[in-house]
Design a protein around this ligand. Sequence first.
Ligand SMILES: Nc1ncnc2c1ncn2[C@@H]1O[C@H](COP(=O)(O)OP(=O)(O)OP(=O)(O)O)[C@@H](O)[C@H]1O
Length: 302
Amino acid sequence: MILAHADQATRRYGDVLALDRADLTVSTGELVGLLGPNGAGKSTLINLLVGLRRPTAGRVELLGGDPRRPASRRQLGVTPQETGLPGTLRVGEVVDFVSAHYPDPVPRGELLDRFGLTDQARRQTGGLSGGQRRRLAVALAFVGRPRLVVLDEPTTGLDVEARHTLWEAIRSFHADGGTVLLSSHYLEEVEALAQRVVVLGQGRVLADDSTDAIRGIVGVRRVSLVADDLPTLPGVVATEHTEGRTHLLTTDADQLVRDLVTAGVTFRELEVRPTSLEEAFLAITADPTTATGAAVAARPTA
Ligand SMILES: Nc1ncnc2c1ncn2[C@@H]1O[C@H](COP(=O)(O)OP(=O)(O)OP(=O)(O)O)[C@@H](O)[C@H]1O
């Protein structure tokens, strides 16, 4: 069953085209990652799906209805990117307050334990660390045993341990049959959790595929060297020249280095390093005729 659906969803903010004809379907039991750099449109798409904003064009549907209708949101749990908690309420009181809205909430102790907040139950939320506050905000999305949980960058600002606690909680909800849509800047995070990844860039869905396939697309590396003359080499997604160095972006750095040697290229000062997600996106969107670009373009996007 389809729990969330965007059909050519478009959203403008004045002159800014934040989301450009995006398609997305999330079905029961899926754990889908929404991956993209800053400003890609992740929050915009999420906000349309959970009824916080209306699309300028196109259609969105949540749990079979219009997300703007409260009835459609009854079985939804959301943690937006920005949240506020009443600073003088204790952690346990906040959980009780939210729980009171649901017929069969997760017991307070169980929820706090799952999110590593048991020791903070009696603390006022104003006295929590940023990471603890974020974990509480995420935990609240799960209180009402929702069918669908939507989390907008749930682990931003968390240290490694807190991030892992949160991942475990998300995994266990999913293992019990729950459905999750979460956004992230980090491929590693999406890889750790999701089987399916939707990549957004400049408001468009660039790819919608398995985590493995996306790793192949955005796992771009930068091979940089000094060489007078370079032949055309296979597997190069983009080429840049700065200060006498040539930078070759590729999804297979090992093979590229082998090809350089086989081609008899005289080079020096070779460096291989990972690219940022931004660089990878720029590379794969810049030239749709490259092998990598074709892999992206092959997905239905427009
Ligand atoms: N309320 C708004 N008013 C004007 N422009 C907006 C508004 N919300 C978002 N935008 C713009 O829409 C584009 C997409 O923003 P969005 O927040 O959806 O991206 P994002 O992928 O969630 O980014 P981030 O990872 O930084 O949170 C950006 O250019 C942003 O500046």
